[in-house]
Design a protein around this ligand. Structure first.
Ligand code: ZN
Length: 221
């Protein structure tokens, strides 16, 4: 029963307004799918900083890049003590730490995601990092974190708007937006009475699709 509701929602929201004929589309841009895992990570870092700097500038605000952007849980077992606790408590995760304005990501997680999805995990890695950059931007916008779910769904939606900008610049290939949305779908949870509930799978998918289709301004809560 649960599954049939889910797949119905998924079919309804599968639609993405792609813009392959967009004049801004640059056929010579290096696509995510042509990048190694480390290239995807470095690209999203540099590009997200530029993207948010420009969006915030246009809104009369000042952007501040993350103080740290660090991997943990790689093959050497690297971990960090952060002002949000040890990264040992964040295995299988990526997170934005507001108290030191930093982003940390589990390298093994990103490696597994990158290698999954029939080797089209590049967009899935990108959306995980884009979601964390959205949390960083939420903080800079002064959006209070009252309740987890709307905060998380807004970050998914902002990640969708960012992906649209990637598409407009010719960095995505066919199916990348759906891969990213499916990654968020897979991260959805059913702990709806838990304070940490991030949204059920279809809500996360739909939030991303809304941001992609209707832009940053459609992501309020
Ligand atoms: Zn989040």
């Amino acid at each position: 029963m649960k599954n049939s509701i889910l797949s119905t929602l998924l079919l309804v929201s599968l639609f993405f307004f792609t813009s392959s004929n967009n004049p801004k589309n640059n056929p010579r841009a290096k696509k995510l799918s042509q990048m190694s895992l480390n290239e995807v990570i470095n690209f999203i870092y540099t590009d997200s900083n530029k993207y948010w700097q420009s969006i915030m500038y246009n809104n009369g605000l000042r952007y501040a890049p993350p103080h740290n952007f660090k991997y943990y849980n790689d093959r050497k077992g690297t971990h960090w003590k952060t002002t949000c606790g040890s990264t040992r408590n964040q295995i299988g995760n990526a997170f934005y730490c507001p108290s030191n304005h930093s982003i940390y990501y589990d390298y093994t997680l990103l490696q597994n995601v990158y290698n999954s999805a029939n080797n089209s995990g590049d967009a899935a890695v990108a959306v995980i990092l884009a979601h964390e950059f959205s949390h960083l931007a939420q903080r800079l916008y002064g959006i209070a974190h009252h309740k987890t779910k709307p905060h998380e769904l807004q970050a998914d939606c902002w990640a969708g708007a960012y992906f649209k900008s990637l598409e407009d610049r010719g960095i995505l290939e066919q199916g990348d937006a759906i891969t990213a949305a499916n990654q968020l779908f897979g991260l959805g949870d059913w702990n709806i009475y838990n304070e940490q509930h991030h949204g059920i799978p279809a809500e996360r998918y739909t939030a991303f699709a809304n941001g992609f289709n209707y832009g940053f301004a459609s992501c309020g809560y």
